[in-house]
Design a protein around this ligand. Structure first.
Ligand code: SAM
Length: 224
């Protein structure tokens, strides 16, 4: 079993932002949106919070897929949000997607319990050294009847598997992008680790599943 090797938390430099935004995540983003909407449905009331939005590619895909959706796109990195605002404006979605500079580690202080119709998050858990409190806060922000949908990379058991996945999914990208993907896999939680966290939070661990050869997904509907 490989030990978790942390990455820097926020992606702050212009070079990091440019490199991240240039990578083609369209297929995984489309799948994220389709899988989320399959649970949550379209046309619902309540703003959707995207935690660790990066350059807002997921809010943009979500707003195109659900014409009623309004999204608050939150990130710790000002540089990411500057690019996000450009991407949102280019798509003509500035009225439906708002950017918010904020820290996932202080979500409840910023918004309060039950503030959102849904909370979504894609590939940020591996950036956070102690993810349990952050995941607990994401759940607290979901209004009754709303959906929590969190997806991230799963740390493989071996270095050979990290290398195999990097070649398979990033083989055509720049060496820097390949190194970033491999480092993200090494920083990720294993399936057992994320299940243990969800169980500690008192929410059903069985709702965390592997949803590809490199991602786990935790889906929880607030039935209270
Ligand atoms: C790998 S990117 C994923 C971006 C986006 N979710 C996507 O799927 O394209 C991770 C993002 O999480 C952000 N991030 C890391 N720690 C954070 C925190 N504590 N609060 C908010 N955002 C954070 C980083 O700045 C970065 O933009």
């Amino acid at each position: 079993m490989l030990a978790r090797v942390l990455e820097p938390e926020a992606m702050e430099t212009e070079a990091e932002v440019r490199q991240y935004d240039a990578m083609d995540h369209s297929e995984v983003n489309a799948r994220f949106v389709a899988d989320f909407l399959a649970v949550h449905g379209t046309g619902r009331e309540g703003e959707i919070l995207d935690v660790g939005t990066g350059t807002a590619r997921i809010p943009i895909a979500l707003a195109h897929a659900d014409p009623q959706a309004k999204v608050l796109a939150l990130d710790l990195s000002e540089a990411m949000l500057e690019q996000a605002a450009i991407n949102i404006a280019k798509e003509g979605l500035s009225r439906r997607i708002n950017c918010h500079l904020g820290d996932a580690k202080a979500l409840v202080d910023q918004f309060g319990d039950g503030a959102f119709g849904a909370v979504v998050s894609n590939t940020i858990v591996h950036h956070i050294p102690d993810p349990a409190p952050v995941l607990g806060m994401m759940a607290r922000l979901v209004a009754p009847g709303g959906t929590l949908f969190v997806r991230d990379l799963a740390r493989p058991d071996t270095q050979a598997e990290i290398e195999r996945l990097t070649a398979l999914y990033c083989g055509g990208e720049s060496p820097e992008a390949q190194a970033l993907f491999a480092a993200s896999l090494a920083a990720a939680l294993s399936l057992d680790e994320i299940r243990a966290i969800v169980a500690e939070l008192g929410l059903r661990a069985g709702e965390v599943h592997m949803t590809s050869d490199r991602h786990w997904t935790w889906v929880w509907v607030n039935r209270s």
